[in-house]
Ligand binder design. Structure first.
Ligand SMILES: [Zn+2]
Length: 326
């Protein structure tokens, strides 16, 4: 659907329709990262800096605390406020991103999964990306995968389709495939150290950056029952509290699409200060403390933001910019 914005052409950034802009990234790297390469086009350092410079011209980057304050007071500045967000707690945040942001004086918050903090496991989608990467770049056997699954995958394109459609509920399939192929995820984690450790999170905070919760282990919420949704959310928030880190902030893994009214009511009654975040672009929500973010890894920031504005304007005529929840 968002591609429609590209057909419509870009809107002007002066017409940004909300008082805030919340960009979402995962990581920034100049290297080939096998666990992310096949999931999205993460930006390299030069592209990321260009993105930041563009956004800084049009928006006023602020901290989470300031953002939360503005939201509760319904305060608006001359320029729309921007809250820079990252998901998944990848280690490039401390090694690459924080140094860039410190140089530019820009704040960011990173939403993390406690199940992976401290290099204890790899998120299931990252496992899919590693397996695909090993077949494409390291000569691991597609034939072996066909033998194990009974499928007839003919090329890496079909393998990608298959691997990236393995759901959270079936994620153990990825571990079995890896074992069969001779891929050792524990060794991969030891060598690559993809995630920040608890000490890294604490250090990020002392350097003025924010940490938020992102569920325990990154499930797809629409596929969970209401109790499971609540449990994985609370467990991740609890982890931050127990370790005396983090803001009262929660970002849905993947998307909040299909998450019901009752979940939000329970979430905010238990955590009245909490702000939650989705990934639906420029949109408002029937729950005013659930804010939608703009995924920033398809192309450059200028094209994405202008495209999102055009798409918003197009939907405005149809009255489709507010998410209603049943
Ligand atoms: Zn995520």
């Amino acid at each position: 659907m968002r591609n429609m914005a590209l057909i419509l052409g870009g809107g002007s950034v002066k017409d940004f329709p909300l008082p805030y802009c919340i960009p979402l990234y995962h990581t920034v790297s100049d290297e080939h990262l096998p666990h992310l390469k096949h999931l999205y086009d993460y930006r390299n350092t030069q592209q990321f800096e260009k993105d930041l410079d563009f956004m800084a011209r049009h928006f006023n980057f602020i901290s989470y605390r300031e953002f939360a304050e503005r939201l509760s007071q319904d305060k608006k500045g001359a320029k729309p406020a921007a809250l820079l967000t990252f998901d998944d707690g990848f280690s490039e945040f401390k090694d690459i991103i924080i140094p860039i942001l410190e140089r530019k004086g820009i704040y960011a918050i990173n939403f993390i999964n406690p199940a992976f903090t401290g290099q204890t496991d790899l998120m299931f989608r990252c496992k899919a990306s590693v397996i695909l990467d090993m077949v494409i770049n390291k000569g691991f056997s597609l034939k072996k995968i066909n033998e194990m699954t009974g499928l007839r995958l003919a090329n890496s394109g079909q393998l990608k389709q298959y691997l990236l459609h393995i759901s959270y509920g079936k994620r153990s399939v990825l571990d079995r495939l890896a074992t069969g192929l001779g891929i050792d995820f524990r060794e991969f984690i030891r060598n690559h150290r993809p995630y920040m450790d608890l000490d890294d999170l604490k250090l990020a905070e002392t350097r003025g950056f924010g940490i938020g919760a992102h569920s325990w282990d990154h499930p797809y919420y629409a596929s969970l029952g209401p109790e499971q949704q609540f449990e994985t959310t609370e467990k991740s928030l609890q982890y931050l509290k127990e370790n005396h880190i983090g803001e009262e902030a929660f970002a849905f893994p993947f998307t909040d699409f299909g998450v019901k009214k009752q979940f939000f009511e329970r979430l905010y009654s238990r955590n009245p200060e909490l702000i939650s975040f989705g990934t639906a672009g420029i949109k408002t929500d029937s729950f005013p403390r659930n804010l939608q973010r703009i995924p920033m890894e398809r192309t450059d920031a200028a094209s994405i933001i202008k495209g999102e504005i055009a798409y918003y304007q197009f939907k405005e005529r149809l009255g489709k910019n507010k998410i209603e929840r049943g």
